[in-house]
Design a protein around this ligand. Structure first.
Ligand code: FAD
Length: 327
């Protein structure tokens, strides 16, 4: 066990949920480490403006909020280590061993806060031209397409927000949506519909992203008529939702559609393993909900570790079927 780092709590993921959970647990006196496969900050680093997180009446950029949260947890003495957790296995005395390519970590409790990732279109050309015109983040890559003609694929809040953001810097933005109405909130949908340089292409799906070394065009088909169309663009931003990467947790914790089931204490079906934020099976994935989950997970982990040490703190329940307490 020479190379194994021993702590009381391992938090996996340094997004807003992981940092908040670590902050709470550290302030309860736990010895905590955060592992993040990077870059830390998670999805917030791709959010242009967060306007619905209380306390910032004029909104705050995702980058600034992410950096502040990280700074806060580091100021409390929590180390964020650049490591990808690849598996978790039971160890002696009810502890858990977290494996990474660069070493193992052993702890009494674990909080999984690994968030979500953008969903792929799975269209020919998408993989090959990723980073050469295919992007999943307008805030990160939009400036590369200043004055150019680009497309956004999707019809939800993220797609519409990305189209509005790109419309400020690009000559023209096509918003390609499979249906005849947007799923995004009405006020931003209206803004997109009224924006001069946004053209919404309704009832259309992307069949191919074409280009020699960089994106040159998209081949679409009309979902109603089947008619094909070629669209000349230099960039395409894919915003068709998110997916949880939980393959490495299959067989360990109970999952629902890839998301982790927890009880109201954020505990999974495994004693001492908790989950928080977007990775959790939850009806809303936002900064406010991730932070709420994480505060509970940090507190629950503290109670769990205390019990493990033989100290009694509060009336922490015995682990039971996680799904039973789902809201
Ligand atoms: C474009 C966009 C706009 C948004 N706008 C808003 C908004 O206006 N308001 C709002 O409230 N919310 C918004 N959200 C949602 C909000 O950003 C998320 O709900 C929140 O950031 C989730 O935080 P998280 O910590 O759960 O996950 P994430 O931010 O996804 O963080 C997960 C972290 O885990 C790490 N990780 C993953 N797997 C591993 C592993 N195996 N080992 C180690 N580390 C790992 C990742 O590197 C990442 O740093 C938006 C999201 C997007 C994408």
């Amino acid at each position: 066990m020479a190379d194994t780092v021993e702590v009381e709590l391992i938090v996996i993921g340094a997004g807003v949920a992981g940092c908040t959970a670590a902050l709470y647990a550290k302030r309860y006196g736990l010895d905590v480490v955060i592992l993040d496969k990077g870059p830390p900050g998670g999805q917030l680093m791709t959010v242009s403006l967060v306007e619905n997180y209380p306390g910032f009446p004029d909104g705050i950029t995702g980058v600034e909020l992410g950096q502040r949260v990280r700074q806060q947890v580091e100021n409390h003495g929590v180390e964020i280590v650049a490591r990808e957790a690849t598996s978790i296995e039971p160890y002696e005395d009810g502890r858990w061993l977290v494996h990474s390519a660069d070493g193992d970590y052993l702890a009494i409790a674990i909080i999984i806060a690994t968030g979500v990732f953008p969903r792929s279109l799975n269209a020919p050309g998408e993989k090959e031209l990723r980073g050469s015109g295919v992007s999943y983040c307008a805030t990160c890559d939009g400036f590369l397409y200043r004055g150019e003609v680009v497309a956004v694929v999707g019809g939800g809040n993220t797609a519409v927000e990305e189209a509005l953001y790109l419309a400020d810097i690009c000559k023209k933005v096509y918003l390609i949506h499979r249906r005849d109405r947007l799923r995004a909130d009405p006020h931003i949908s209206r803004q997109a519909i009224e924006r001069e340089n946004i053209e919404i292409i309704w009832n259309s799906a992307v069949d191919e992203i074409a280009g020699q070394t960089e994106v040159e065009s998209l081949r679409l088909h009309d979902t109603q008529t089947g008619q094909e169309r070629l669209l000349s663009v230099t960039g395409v931003f894919i915003a068709i939702g998110t997916i949880a990467h939980t393959d490495w947790l299959v067989g360990l914790v109970e999952l629902a559609d890839g998301f982790i089931n927890t009880d109201i204490h954020m505990q999974t079906n495994q004693p001492g393993i908790f989950a928080a934020g977007d990775i959790r099976n939850t009806p809303l994935r936002q900064v406010a909900t991730a932070i709420g989950d994480a505060a509970i997970a940090g507190y629950s982990a503290y109670q769990y570790v205390s019990r493990h040490r033989g100290q009694e703190y509060g009336d922490y329940p015995e682990p039971g079927p996680a799904a039973a307490e789902q809201p």
